[in-house]
Every structure is written in structure tokens, then in C-alpha cells.
Design a protein around this ligand. Structure first.
Ligand code: DCT
Ligand code: MG
Length: 425
């Protein structure tokens, strides 16, 4: 590579003769002339990653290593490895051209010049990386991966089950139900394993979104809602539906709306299981009333109703919602899953935000997870700001920064606005 970023053609030495005149042809290093590595490295959240990016094989290899270390994590070092591979995969997803030459992978911030670069180079040059294949087929990893797909199970429970000798989901289903009965989230995760691991299609998500938000509008006509998560980023299927609600703060601190929506769904018998996060009682979900402009905390505590929801097998809610589900009410998760039901279980998150939090909540709940990480890291390192789904805090001046729209948030962060489908890091 020449110093100006061009590839110099190499001529096999046996073809070189003393009197050969070597033609001076310079081949650009990058297939798109406007690509500038320095600019690409300057600010990570300025990068764009669309879902259909051009280097899927490399990104998939790095994502697999990230998943391996996240799933099999024993130590803080393993967790850091998972994060480093996720960062490397994100950098690859942002490359605006299809890499064809390993020189093009050098010097990319996020990919680094160590382990991840070696993996990327192997995939690029031979389409094969022995380490990736070895990990992909690692027996323990395969078991832990299955266990982590149980709703409510993370690496530590997966490791515990593995240590008990469990290997497959059938083994987990055979667990003495007492073993998992004390955690009703996991009990439902096991009972509805097949339903919850079937991808939720966009049409099904949109159908559910419309049903739930129509219900919310009957309760509070002024509510603003959005379907966030992977679907907003352009994915055609996902593992759940993420619905964000925005409504004014209420004087009494009982923000209520997502609890009221859940109540309605419960009355109709459409809820298999639910859990309110950050609650101290069934209807008292904390701190929605603490505006990001008045609270000193940047902790994530938007109230969230995590739901396992009954989705009609024929995709039609009109008749379905009028059915009598009272016979299902007292069944345990395994009885319910094995009953003759006309629905499939799908995961839905209802997230509440005040109008002031909404633009920040939208960014946080749009993701991707890695995009959020890079945005928050950049805000901290470059601006001494703390960014969360609650708001943006200027730590230097100790003040919250208000925003009306997502565009405002990007402006406050001194970043070019990126559309949700450009945030697929
Ligand atoms: N999120 C985050 N940090 C996490 C988990 C989630 O910032 N640890 C954000 C990013 C996306 C959003 O919340 C919704 O999360 P998921 O539903 O888990 O992700 P998704 O991108 O919607 O993916 P999927 O299609 O699998 O639902
Ligand atoms: Mg989602």
C-alpha cells in the first residue's frame, strides 16, 4: 500500500526483467473513492449501518464470537471479549463498501488490529475461520445457547443447568416443575419455549401494535405511541414487539396508562403472564413522574410492562377478543401451553414515557443495543454528557437538556441525524 492509500500492483519476481519498464498504475485501496478512513474513525455514531450491509459473512463471524463469549462468560474478561467482538462486528456493518482486500480492514476503529482483525481477514481471504467453526460447534456453547433462549434465562442460570447435567430443551422441560416454579418468568419461558422462539413477523407485530394502541387511545385519546425496536430499524421479523407510549405527567404520580392498558388486556383474558419492572406495587410503577429535567439520575427506569400475550392463530382480533378465556385462567403455564388453544404466545413490552422523555426513550428503544452503546460512550467521552432513555444530562453544567424530537437529540449531541434503519450496528 502506498502512503497515499493506493494499492501498488505487485509483479511476480520471476517476470521482472532488469530493463522492464514498470507501468505506474495505482489501484485505489477502496472501491468507493469518497471513503476516507480518517473521517470514518473520527466519530463512531456518525457511521451508518443499514440492515442489508455488504459484509455479512465477516460480521456474522464476529457476532458469533461475541455471542459465544456473552453466553459462556465466566469472568469479566469474557464479558469484555463479548463487547470487543460486538464493537468489531459493528464497525464491519458500517463499512460503505464490500471489502475485497484485507488491506481495506486495517486501521478501522472498533475492529482494532488484534484478534477480531485476524478473524475478519481469514473470513475475507478464505471464507473460513477455524476458531469460529470450532466455537459454533462447541457442545457446551450449543447447550447454553438453547438455555439462554428460554425467556428469563441468562448466562448464569444456563451455566447452572449445564452443571446439573442438562443439555437440551427437552431436558429443561423435564425438570421437576418445582425447580422452576419459584420463578414464574422462567416457568413460562420453558412452557412456551417453542412459541416464543418462533420469529414474530412484521405483519403480526403490526397487527398486535394496532390492537394494543387502539385500546390505549380509548383510555387516553391524546396518547402518542410508536412501534420501536428492530421493526423500526427495518427488520422483517423479531423476537418481540416493543411499544412505546408518551403521555403527560400526572400530578398524583400515578402515570397509570400502561398499567391501565394491561388491566384491559387482562380483563379480556389476553395476557398469559406479565411483570411490571420498577414497581413497588401492582399499580404503583415508580418515577415516571420524575421528569428528566428535574431528576438527578440517569438510570434506566422507564416503567415497562413485560407481557406474554395471546396472539390469534388466524390473525384476527375482532372475534378473538370477544371469546371467553375464563377456562384458561387457573391453568399453570405447562397446562396452558399444552391446552387446545387458538392462540400463540408472543412477547410484548409496553414502555411508558412522559412527553419530555419521549425523544430520548425513542432513541433508546429503537436501538440497536450496540448503536446505543456507541452513542452513550461518545456522549460521555466527547461531551461529558450522560445519555439514557430518560434524558440527556450535561454533567459539566449539572443540567438536563430538553428535546422535542429525536432530531433535537442528535443536534444536542452535535451529530448528524440518522434514520432508525441506519442504526443497525
Ligand atoms: N436495548 C438496549 N440495551 C439492551 C436491550 C435493549 O439498549 N440491553 C434497546 C435496543 C433495542 C430495544 O431496546 C429493544 O430491545 P430488543 O427487543 O431486545 O431488541 P430488538 O433490536 O428489538 O431485537 P428483536 O428484533 O430481537 O426484538
Ligand atoms: Mg424487539
Amino acid at each position: 500500500v502506498s502512503e497515499t492509500g493506493f494499492l501498488l500492483p505487485s509483479i511476480p519476481s520471476h517476470e521482472k526483467k532488469a530493463d522492464d519498464v514498470v507501468p505506474h498504475v495505482e489501484i485505489p485501496l477502496y472501491p468507493i473513492p469518497e471513503f476516507d478512513l480518517k473521517t470514518f474513525n473520527e466519530c463512531i455514531p456518525e457511521r451508518k449501518a443499514i440492515f442489508d450491509h455488504q459484509n455479512k459473512e465477516i460480521a456474522a463471524a464476529l457476532d458469533l464470537l461475541s455471542e459465544y463469549w456473552e453466553t459462556c462468560q465466566q469472568t469479566k474478561t469474557d464479558e469484555n471479549r463479548a463487547l470487543a467482538f460486538a464493537r468489531a462486528a459493528a464497525a464491519i456493518k458500517c463499512l460503505p463498501f464490500k471489502a475485497t482486500n484485507s488491506q481495506q480492514l486495517k486501521g478501522i476503529k472498533g475492529l482494532g488490529n488484534g484478534h477480531a482483525l485476524r478473524v475478519a481477514t481469514q473470513i475475507l481471504e478464505s471464507g473460513y475461520c477455524p476458531e469460529v467453526e470450532e466455537k459454533r460447534n462447541d457442545k457446551k456453547f450449543l447447550s447454553l445457547q438453547i438455555f439462554c433462549k428460554v425467556y428469563g434465562v441468562g448466562p448464569s442460570i444456563a451455566e447452572k443447568w449445564y452443571a446439573q447435567g442438562l443439555r437440551t430443551v427437552e431436558d429443561v422441560k423435564k425438570l421437576d416443575q418445582q425447580d422452576i416454579a419459584n420463578n414464574d418468568m422462567i416457568a413460562h419461558g420453558v412452557a412456551f419455549y417453542d412459541d416464543l422462539n418462533r420469529p414474530l413477523l412484521r405483519a403480526e407485530a403490526e397487527n398486535t401494535y394496532k390492537y394494543i394502541t387502539d385500546l390505549a387511545k380509548l383510555i387516553l385519546p391524546s396518547v402518542v405511541t410508536s412501534m420501536n425496536g428492530g421493526f423500526l430499524r427495518g427488520k422483517s421479523s423479531g423476537h418481540d414487539l416493543d411499544v412505546l407510549f408518551s403521555y403527560p405527567e400526572r400530578e398524583d404520580g400515578d402515570y397509570g396508562l400502561i398499567a391501565a392498558v394491561l388491566d384491559e388486556l387482562n380483563k379480556k383474558g389476553l395476557v398469559v403472564w406479565s411483570r411490571a419492572t420498577h414497581t413497588d406495587g401492582p399499580r404503583k410503577v415508580i418515577e415516571i413522574n420524575s421528569s428528566p429535567l428535574s431528576s438527578g439520575s440517569t438510570k434506566e427506569h422507564l416503567p415497562t410492562m413485560m407481557i406474554i400475550f395471546k396472539y390469534p392463530l388466524d390473525d384476527r382480533f375482532d372475534e378473538f377478543e370477544r371469546r371467553d378465556f375464563s377456562g384458561e385462567r387457573n391453568l399453570g403455564p405447562f397446562q396452558l401451553a399444552n391446552s387446545n388453544r387458538q392462540w400463540r404466545a408472543v412477547r410484548v413490552d409496553l414502555v411508558g414515557s412522559t412527553n419530555a422523555q419521549y425523544p430520548y426513550a425513542q432513541i433508546g428503544w429503537t436501538g440497536s443495543k450496540q448503536y446505543n452503546r456507541s452513542l452513550r460512550q461518545y456522549a460521555k467521552d466527547s461531551l461529558n454528557y450522560s445519555l439514557s432513555s430518560m434524558g440527556l444530562h450535561d454533567n459539566g453544567q449539572n443540567r438536563w437538556i430538553a428535546a422535542q424530537t429525536e432530531q433535537d437529540v442528535f443536534h444536542h449531541l452535535k451529530l448528524t441525524y440518522r434514520e432508525p434503519w441506519e442504526r443497525n450496528f
